[in-house]
Design a protein around this ligand. Structure first.
Ligand SMILES: Cc1ncc(COP(=O)(O)O)c(C=O)c1O
Length: 406
């Protein structure tokens, strides 16, 4: 079930593979985080990269969230979903000239700049239009967040941000760059972080920098502490929103600076499941069972990309002794597998499975590889399931392509 709706029914109505989201789960996570920071000026900027389906973004807007956009496409989508430019921070490791041209005159809360060169390009674009762009420098504090190397961003070996030691110089230079208005400092260590010590150290680094800048006459209005708070994929303990807030606030509160934060996974990760049917079963020598699903890395890439773990449950389990399965997708790649040697009650072709905690970096990363259609999505709210994205068709795909010749 998902909030009173039977998953088997939703799968019959909309087909599989199918993403199903619980609106209530998003609301609960948002309110928990917002309450945890109550008592200190703060703004939650939902990291749209986690899931930018329009109605999910809209739901966050209704809750009072602001957004973190990671491309001009996400900025455009946020504005279409009703966000004011002042509610948007624009991050991203490489912003193209077109993205800068479009972003600068909008009056965003901040463009989170990734290098001295990018600041110069923003300054030039702003001066050419006679405006000042509000900016924050994304600092790279060289702190190990203890997360998977593929989702770590706060080490010097990672491509992100400006080394902390160089940041003060860039802010001082802004005094000579009339197109720039220093608004904040940005730091983001990585994703799926489950220990608070690196978060505290990053917060301390940006607070120290803000104080140094204040002493030099550069007064900022916010510290953007990024996102990254992890969720529990396997049931093990992860920090709660209150523990996270207590850890960060103990460092930031004395500075008096407002906090901007950019959670993605924490808000939507647990709210989504990927429904998929078993389409084939086969046994290999040595008692090895393969269950082939109609969903693969094209719908949920995380296991193939980072070896991530997701719980997988039969929607209607058979009351029988468990077998061990390799649970794999239909895509022509050996990495297209969701789980190896996973204990499951016996499966049959046609069974419906739910891959849990797939709300973040699931649908948002889906692709057309093997000409597979982007999956449909359903949002369940108050006991009603509404399709929020229909399944893509081959005609949708071909609509972008030239088809001359015979
Ligand atoms: C700059 C930035 N902010 C926020 C996020 C969101 O991270 P998460 O979904 O782990 O909260 C990311 C993702 O890595 C990011 O790169």
């Amino acid at each position: 079930m998902c909030d009173g709706v039977t998953l088997e029914r939703v799968a019959q109505d909309h087909g599989t593979p199918l993403y199903v989201y619980s609106a209530e789960s998003v609301r609960t996570a948002y309110r928990e985080l917002d309450r945890a920071f109550a008592g200190h000026p703060h703004r939650i900027h939902y990291a749209m990269k986690a899931n930018s389906s329009f109605m999910i973004v809209r739901l966050l807007k209704q809750l009072g969230s602001a957004v973190d956009a990671n491309s001009i496409g996400e900025v455009e989508l946020a504005m279409r979903a009703g966000f004011a430019p002042a509610d948007i921070v624009f991050s991203g490791v490489g912003k193209s000239p077109e993205e800068i041209e479009r972003a600068v005159p909008l009056g965003l809360k901040a463009i989170n700049a990734e290098s001295g060169g990018e600041l110069e390009r923003i300054d030039r674009a702003a001066r050419a239009r006679g405006v000042r762009a509000r900016v924050a420098v994304r600092v790279n504090p060289n702190i190990d967040a203890g997360t998977h190397p593929h989702i770590s961003t706060g080490l010097h070996i990672n491509k992100f941000g400006v080394p902390l030691e160089q940041a003060a110089g860039l802010y001082r230079k802004m005094l000579t760059q009339p197109g720039l208005e220093p608004a904040g400092i940005h730091v983001h260590l990585g994703s799926q972080i489950v220990t608070l010590d690196p978060m505290q150290r990053a917060a301390a680094a940006v607070v120290r920098l803000a104080q140094e800048l204040r002493d030099a006459g550069i007064v900022l209005d916010h510290l953007d502490i990024g996102g990254g708070l992890g969720i529990s994929y396997d049931g093990s303990h992860v920090p709660t929103a209150s523990e996270y807030a207590a850890a960060v606030l103990s460092i930031v509160k004395p500075s008096g600076l407002a906090i901007a934060m950019e959670p993605g996974r924490f808000l939507v990760g647990a709210a989504g499941a990927l429904l998929t049917r078993v389409i084939d079963l086969k046994d290999a020598p040595g008692g090895h069972h393969f269950a082939v699903l109609d969903a693969g890395m094209t719908e949920l890439m995380r296991p193939a990309l980072y070896g991530s773990f997701h719980r997988i449950e039969a929607v209607t389990p058979r009351p029988s002794r468990e077998l061990r399965y390799d649970i794999v997708g239909p895509v022509c790649e050996s990495t297209d597998a969701f789980a190896h040697d996973r204990a499951m009650t016996p499966l049959e072709v046609g069974d419906l499975l739910a891959i849990l905690d797939a709300g973040a970096y699931g649908s948002a990363m889906s692709s057309n590889y093997n000409r597979r259609p982007l999956p449909a999505e359903v949002l369940v709210d108050a006991g009603r399931a509404t399709m929020i994205r229909r399944r893509q068709t081959i005609d949708d795909q071909l609509a972008l392509e030239t088809r001359t010749g015979d």
